[in-house]
Design a binder for this molecule. Structure first.
Ligand code: BGC
Length: 406
């Protein structure tokens, strides 16, 4: 039996805009009105059905749940906070508490209130202060019910999709990126992006501001409560290479820019690290990879490499997202099992891993790709909103129940 440490957190994640439904005053809803991304609409109606969804999570023996709170609901106008939105999220946290499910809250998962995005968003010089004020407000209202907060979800993905690839708001596109595209974030919409050199400079500015925003938020949250576990969630791509020295150099440079630069900029400002793992890519690779529905390499075991890349930062690591789109559910159980096995190996090799949170609890709105991709342990029929637990969820349930693998 490959046992995980006592108290290990098992569960699944969601994010506000992708599941809640009826959010209209953020940059994604605006982009949908402009027909630049698919309409999200009522999504999974999780805003009203969270109890039912947490019952399912409980029945699947999850002892943790990661979700995000929606900035545009909480601060609909600059500096004006909405108490009702906080009451809602308090109810959500209560619903988790009565089910003995530990919450992990993400304060910002990609979507921006319109007042912020329309005034420049993270290009704004004062964006770090604005972001820190918002984070501190949320923690001051929810901190008694939750002790794990992540400030930012995936800064590298946010910056590159918004300012290099131009596939996400604010659709700025740096011409050269077309050649080095790795992730599938929604090709259909990229052609409408404005294209030029300027996005590259803005991208650097945004990445700097995101790091400062996290650092400021970290300090503000710590003023409220020293015990709160604060991190950001990093999307780590494992760039690998064959024996060719040039390819090795390419991989080292890619890992440096994608993963390590942000870690360095936030040094001293995280109590742990959130890890999202989806990609393994090898320069000079000739292998014909089996693919997920996102057309990503089916490489669950390479989460080991991602964990090893973060080991040097000597902090506990929370696997905050890991999963695949698999509409037929034919590879999900194998994917999860291999991935959990790899996480177990990393623990044996000295990495302090504290959680494995599958992406996602439910099928949901996959950003610029709309509702077609199916990441859920639970299938959602978008016309009836009926939830159906997929067979692979039972395999994961056994892992959660036993706190390990046979
Ligand atoms: C994001 C999720 C997204 C998932 C699958 C992660 O990059 O945090 O919001 O749905 O990957 O693409």
């Amino acid at each position: 039996m490959k046992k995980f440490p006592e108290g290990f957190l098992w569960g699944a994640a969601t994010a506000s805009y992708q599941v809640e439904g009826d959010i209209e005053n953020n940059d994604w809803a605006q982009a949908a009105r402009e027909r630049r991304v698919p309409v999200c609409g009522r999504a999974c109606d999780h805003y009203n059905r969270y109890e039912e969804d947490f019952d399912i999570a409980k029945s699947l023996r999850h002892n943790a749940h990661r979700f995000s709170v929606e900035w545009s609901r909480i601060e609909p106008e600059e500096g004006k906070f909405n108490e009702d939105a906080m009451l809602h999220y308090r109810k959500v946290l209560e619903a988790l508490r009565v089910r003995n499910i530990t919450p992990l809250i993400t304060l910002w998962h990609f979507t921006l209130p319109l007042w912020f995005s329309e005034s420049g968003g993270f290009e704004r010089k004062d964006s770090p202060e604005i972001f820190a004020r918002y984070c501190a407000y949320v923690v001051s209202k929810l901190g008694d019910l939750c002790t794990n907060f992540s400030t930012i979800n995936e800064p590298s993905v946010y910056g590159s999709n918004g300012w290099l690839r131009g596939s996400w708001p604010p659709f700025k596109r740096f011409a050269l990126t077309d050649r080095v595209s790795i992730t599938n974030s929604g090709r259909t919409f990229e052609s409408k992006a404005h294209k030029g050199m300027e996005p590259l400079f803005l991208y650097f500015r945004v990445m700097k501001n995101l790091a400062r925003a996290h650092n400021f938020a970290y300090r503000e949250i710590k003023k409220l409560s020293l015990e709160t576990n604060v991190n950001f969630v990093h999307h780590v791509i494992v760039f690998d290479a064959n024996g060719n020295p040039l390819n090795k150099l390419k991989a080292a440079i890619a890992n440096h820019f994608w993963t390590h630069v942000f870690m360095k900029r936030t040094k001293g400002h995280y109590d742990s690290i959130g890890l999202n793992y989806y990609f393994y890519t090898k320069f000079g690779d000739r292998r014909a990879w089996r693919k997920t529905d996102m057309d990503w390499n089916f490489a669950p075991e390479r989460i080991y490499d991602a964990l090893m890349m973060l080991k040097r930062y000597k902090k506990p690591i929370y696997i905050a997202e890991a999963g695949l789109a698999d509409a037929t559910d034919s590879g999900r159980a194998e994917y999860i099992t291999k991935q959990v096995d790899a996480a177990w190996r990393a623990i044996q090799d000295g990495v302090d891993v504290r959680s494995h949170i599958y992406w996602s609890l439910l099928d949901n709105y996959e950003w610029a790709l709309g509702f077609e991709k199916r990441f859920g342990l639970v299938a959602v029929d978008y016309s009836t909103l009926l939830r159906t637990v997929r067979p692979s969820a039972q395999v994961y349930k056994a892992i959660c129940e036993q706190n390990g693998l046979e």
